[in-house]
Design a protein around this ligand. Structure first.
Ligand SMILES: Nc1nc2c(ncn2[C@@H]2O[C@H](COP(=O)(O)OP(=O)(O)O)[C@@H](O)[C@H]2O)c(=O)[nH]1
Ligand SMILES: [Mg+2]
Length: 253
């Protein structure tokens, strides 16, 4: 399916039936996965993934818990958590809202002043989702950037319940140096990460395949990288079910 084609919303939301594979599994057809050119770098072949567990988890209520500005404010690591990182404007708030099927959950915590906090969302006691501050604020004062980097470093190095960090990358821009720094940091901290391409409705199918190939070639070199890159659009609701299922696989209860 091309990202420019309309998505059948009913079909996309319908529970998986054994005789009818869900529209979003895999999220979009990818000729590189099905038929990689001989000279291309290895492209990961995504496994069939159970979507219903993700649907069930994300039907449960999600609440904003707190914004954390210092290590001592972190909640005790009593349940698993996943974090969302990415450059500002990458579509982080929109993706979290799409996951929980709300318009304003992430955005409501995104008022100025809250943007430099680690925002914790509790998915019904099963898993925390942590919205990390968007990186790449050119105008932020150096002292603030240094303080934020220190907090992030300590958080990533010492959070035993952190299962995975999703690094969101805008499909129109691809990987940037700040994303590379983040991947290096996660390698050093031995923290698993997974790249999630956002706004794939904004690019053409040909561009998408080339982008995916470039990203796989680079991401695969990182020891902490989860081998599957996800393609998403919050606006067209593409790839949301699959991301939910990934999160459900790490949740408790
Ligand atoms: N076309 C398109 N636009 C998107 C998508 N996700 C986010 N946006 C737009 O990108 C801009 C930044 O989104 P936001 O979620 O606030 O980004 P954040 O700064 O990373 O939290 C907003 O104007 C969104 O409407 C998407 O999937 N498709
Ligand atoms: Mg945001």
């Amino acid at each position: 399916m091309s990202p420019t084609e309309p998505i059948d919303q009913k079909a996309a939301d319908a529970p998986a039936k054994p005789d009818q594979p869900p529209v979003n599994n895999p999220p979009v057809d990818n000729p590189l996965v099905d038929n990689p050119p001989a000279d291309s770098p290895a492209v990961y072949s995504p496994p069939v993934i159970e979507l219903p567990s993700g649907e069930a988890l994300f039907r449960r209520p999600c609440t904003f818990v707190k914004g954390v500005v210092a290590l001592k404010g972190l909640p005790d690591p009593v349940q698993p958590e996943v974090a969302f990182a990415g450059r500002s404007n990458v579509g982080k708030s929109s993706l979290i809202n799409a996951l929980v099927n709300r318009r304003d959950l992430a955005r409501s915590s995104n008022t100025p002043g809250r943007t430099q906090e680690l925002n914790f969302f509790d998915l019904d006691g099963a898993i925390w989702m942590v919205d990390l501050p968007g990186y790449g604020f050119a105008k932020a004062p150096k002292a603030k950037v240094d303080a934020w980097n220190k907090l992030l470093q300590r958080y990533l190095a010492g959070r035993p319940n952190l299962q995975r960090t999703f690094i969101l990358v805008d499909s129109r821009h691809g990987l940037k140096d700040l994303d590379r720094e983040m991947m290096d940091r996660l390698d050093t901290a031995a923290q698993s990460f997974q790249v999630v391409l956002t706004k794939i409705d904004k690019i053409k199918a040909e561009e998408r395949d080339a982008l995916l190939q470039r990203c796989y070639a680079e991401v695969n070199k990182h020891v902490a990288a989860f081998p599957e890159i996800l393609l998403t659009s919050s606006e067209k609701r593409i790839g949301i079910d699959r991301l939910r299922a990934h999160i459900a696989a790490m949740a408790e209860g």
